[in-house]
Design a protein around this ligand. Structure first.
Ligand code: XUL
Ligand code: CO
Length: 436
């Protein structure tokens, strides 16, 4: 069988003192932390689109990366060879999951039925490779943003015929995700947004998006697809305003269309920062509302301010992210999917390994640090103490909804000026640094 990464052997854990760039220094999949292995906590996944279909193109220039699995003149042969290369990569890297868009794994043909046949052919191969390697599908999704027909969106397109095309695509993508035992299915808005309100009926577009997702929920139930549905917030790019702006906007939207029991959120670090939020803010917001489903683990470049989709390296971020994730009970169906791409100059196949090893080690260190923070309970105790008055009679009465404005006025008239306390931010920042 052809080897696509012939010079690279299975990546091993060698510990923090190793100088081998092709070894894990922190990710030890079998090591137990807080009762689960690191692999079970982190549930790493490789994304197909950037890792195997992204070849370094940017708005100013074409591909820079040459890959041995991308040479044929026959598009379906490329699709098959890429799938083989992908499973070789997953196995050598030692991840347990992968993710894909329908159009990443099989090229679109001239008609929908021909396209679906191509998908079936590739899904057969993916299913075999999953069986041979034990690697599972974290989630599937559909690309409803690259083709020209989707220039004005998919579910929010002014044309119902485009809406119908997108619906057909989701139907098929959900079927193949089920066929591959996918643990989830993601809806990312693609071009669901607007460039100008001068040509947009915003209310009607939102209603259509709501109905689209309701139909997807109905179909999921009909075919008994057991995976979790997710919606992935992003505020802008490619459109000026994307309807799934941030976690708060998504939750309000889901509630408005009766979808909040059916979809959780897939939070992407770089999308959070584009929305003007910390990655941790988005995670914490989801945990607070019990809607955290999965994570697209990457980072942006704050100097650039666009969706650069870089591999995560910042331990300060990964520690806080894992602290929030552990606090909320950890992943169930979701995981950490590297929705990240190599820089345009990182042209060698080995760079794919460096990138993922770095991302996995960054999150493994984050996990180890966060586990210590959970065990020490210092942050937990500080926050509990800060709100302790809410467990006293006045606080309890307000929280239980048994208090009126008149009663609170009476209390204030009697008790006078309230005592205020330091928030101790600097002390807590110093404390956090002690775990890094
Ligand atoms: C786009 C993005 C997507 C979704 C899946 O910014 O993050 O790749 O994760 O469609
Ligand atoms: Co993403």
């Amino acid at each position: 069988m052809t080897e696509y990464f012939p010079r690279i052997k299975k990546i091993k854990y060698e510990g923090p003192d190793s100088h081998n760039p092709l070894a894990f220094k922190h990710y030890n999949p079998k090591a137990k932390i807080l009762g689960k292995t690191m692999a079970e906590h982190l549930r790493f996944s490789v994304c197909y689109w950037h890792t195997f279909k992204g070849l370094g193109a940017d708005p100013f220039g074409g591909p820079t990366m040459i890959r041995s699995y991308n040479r044929s003149d026959d598009l379906m042969q490329i699709a098959e060879e890429t799938m083989q290369a992908a499973f070789e990569f997953f196995t050598k890297l030692g991840v347990n999951f992968w993710c894909f868009h329908d159009r990443d794994i099989a090229p679109e043909a001239d008609t929908l039925s021909e396209t679906n046949k191509r998908l079936d052919q590739i899904v057969k191969l993916a299913k075999k490779l999953q069986r041979d390697t034990g690697i599972k599908l974290l989630w599937g999704t559909s690309n409803m943003f690259s083709h020209r027909r989707f220039l004005a969106g998919a579910a929010t397109n002014p044309s119902p015929a485009v809406f119908a095309y997108a619906a057909s695509q989701v139907k098929k993508a959900m079927e193949i995700t089920k066929e591959l035992g996918g643990q989830g299915y993601v809806f990312w808005g693609g071009r669901e947004g607007y460039e100008t309100l001068l040509n947009t009926d915003l209310k009607r577009e939102l209603d259509h998006l709501g109905r689209f997702l309701q139909m997807a929920v109905e179909y999921k139930q009909k075919i008994r697809f057991g995976g979790q549905l997710y919606i992935e917030p992003k505020p802008k790019e490619p459109t000026k305003h994307q309807y799934d702006f941030d976690a708060g906007g998504c939750l309000a939207f889901l509630r408005g269309y009766g979808l909040d029991q059916h979809l959780k959120l897939n939070i992407e670090a770089n999308h959070a920062t584009l929305a003007g939020h910390d990655f941790i803010h988005e995670l914490e917001f989801c945990c607070a509302h019990d809607i955290l489903g999965s994570v697209d683990a990457n980072r942006g470049d704050l100097m650039l301010g666009w969706d650069t989709d870089q591999f995560p390296t910042d331990i300060y971020q990964t520690t806080q992210a894992m602290y929030t994730i552990l606090k909320s009970g950890g992943f169930t169906t979701g995981g950490l999917n590297f929705d990240a791409k190599l820089r345009r100059q990182s042209i060698d196949p080995v760079d794919l390994f460096h990138a993922h090893i770095g991302g996995m080690d960054a999150f493994a260190r984050g996990l180890k640090n966060a586990a210590k923070m959970i065990q020490d309970r210092k942050f937990e105790k500080f926050i509990k103490a800060r709100y302790a008055d809410w467990d006293q009679p006045l606080g309890k009465k307000i929280e239980n909804g048994k208090c009126t404005l008149e009663e609170l006025e009476k209390f204030t008239l009697k008790n006078g000026e309230p005592k205020v306390n330091s928030g101790r931010q600097e002390m807590l920042e110093n404390l956090l640094n002690q775990y890094l």
